[in-house]
Design a protein around this ligand. Structure first.
Ligand code: PA5
Length: 408
């Protein structure tokens, strides 16, 4: 990964203070990636059920779904690989439930219910629905259901005991939106044939950078400092624009991470927060770029691209091509990267802050790096913004009202 951020440069003292403040919060997202016994358990379980399932269905919401969706969309093997299909139901919209249900053969389906609290109503409703379907077909829950939840607390934990359901833990010190590299994401990923080793190696490499005392080697700190400085100058929106189709849902994962972690009341009682915006190059040049090029200067822009876009895919010649033929013989990958350069230059020419993360390829290793880069940056941002990046008190009121409306 090439990282081109030099301004503003954080100092070594600042780095030490921020790391100490982060350590005081006792969060585990950067250490969980070395939990080898957990990785071995996941691999052993996946081997023990190999060949039994055509469909893996994740039931979860928010941090219990978005990272898994990103893993699937970025790394899932091709349908020809013979691996099970991974479905993710992260909403209670009946259309989605019916649409996924219609594709399933329950006898060949494994449901992974994921909820750290083990009580989230949306996930509990989905769990009840599909477990009732399994029971109606006399399919044993102990063979068709797995829970990923808190190691001790919550309804799922109790139910697992009474029903003999296999469980995997979500460590108490890893919050939902930081949990993709716990069993939350790693279990479904392994079950569809994603190799954990390079993913975790990338994450560990970035975790080292996150702990690095020298800011020049600490990429999460550099990113956080850059975002914080621009936010202080009124640029409080962060546009994430991969020129990599497979990273489209990374933008959704990032949106939750940034929004739920930074939208807070700070130590001085001020409402603060960074607004995530998700875009995809080149597609959104034709939908959002106008706003970015001439709209308010209240955003920063993060581009991802890769130099190696895979096997050649040239645009064929065409007689009577409609325009002067700039396209003939051009490879699609080259076209994509040229469009990225053009957009980047368009924005930098008018002084809009841009960051370009350039990779050779996007493999599991780079995705592991990206997860830890943004998680680490958000952890530092929390300290810089004087907020707790790891709670979400603002969503409580809506939960209370939902309960009230359902009991009325
Ligand atoms: O980041 C978070 O903590 C939230 O988005 C949760 O992941 C989400 O609310 C789901 O919670 P749970 O896993 O307890 O069902």
């Amino acid at each position: 990964m090439h990282f081109h951020l030099t301004q503003p440069a954080p100092t070594t003292a600042q780095s030490a203070t921020l790391l100490a403040q982060f350590d005081a919060r006792a969060q585990g997202f950067a250490t969980i990636i070395t939990d080898t016994p957990l990785h071995d358990d996941i691999t052993a379980y996946a081997q023990s059920v190999a060949g039994q399932f055509d469909h893996i269905v994740v039931l979860g919401i928010g941090g219990s779904a978005l990272g898994t969706q990103t893993l699937r969309d970025t790394l899932a093997p091709t349908p020809q690989s013979g691996q099970p299909t991974l479905h993710i139901i992260d909403n209670v919209d009946p259309d989605l439930i019916r649409q996924v249900s219609a594709q399933l053969d329950l006898a060949r389906t494994l449901f992974i219910t994921i909820s750290k609290s083990g009580t989230t109503p949306e996930t509990m409703a989905l769990m009840r629905y599909f477990e009732a379907q399994l029971t109606a077909q006399s399919l044993p829950l102990s063979q068709h259901v797995v829970y990923v939840t808190d190691p001790e607390k919550g309804f799922l934990r109790q139910r697992a005991l009474t029903e003999g359901i296999r469980t995997f833990p979500i460590p108490p010190n890893v919050g939902g939106r930081f949990s993709v590299l716990t069993a939350v994401g790693l279990l479904p990923a392994t079950l569809i044939g994603i190799d954990l080793a390079p993913l975790l190696a990338g994450a560990r490499a970035m975790a080292e950078s996150f702990r690095h005392p020298d800011p020049e080697h600490n990429f999460p700190l550099q990113l956080a400092t850059w975002l914080h400085a621009h936010a202080a100058a009124g640029r409080t929106s962060v546009v994430l624009m991969p020129y990599v189709q497979r990273l489209r849902t990374f933008g959704e994962w990032h949106a939750q991470l940034l929004a739920e972690s930074t939208g807070k009341v700070n130590a001085s009682g001020q409402a603060v927060g960074l607004t995530p915006l998700s875009a995809l190059g080149a597609t959104d040049q034709h939908s959002q770029l106008q706003l970015y090029a001439q709209g308010p200067d209240d955003k920063v822009y993060v581009f991802f691209s890769r130099t190696d876009t895979g096997p050649a895919l040239p645009i064929p010649p065409m007689a009577q091509a409609p325009q002067s033929d700039i396209l003939q013989g051009v490879d699609f990958g080259h076209l994509l990267n040229v469009e990225m350069r053009a957009t980047l230059q368009t924005l930098s020419e008018i002084g809009r802050p841009t960051l370009h993360l350039e990779f050779e390829q996007i493999t599991a290793f780079e995705l592991g790096q990206l997860f830890l880069l943004f998680e680490g940056a958000v952890a530092f941002l929390g300290e810089l913004m004087e907020i707790n990046a790891f709670d979400q008190p603002g969503v409580e009121r809506s939960k209370v009202l939902t309960r009230q409306f359902l009991s009325a």
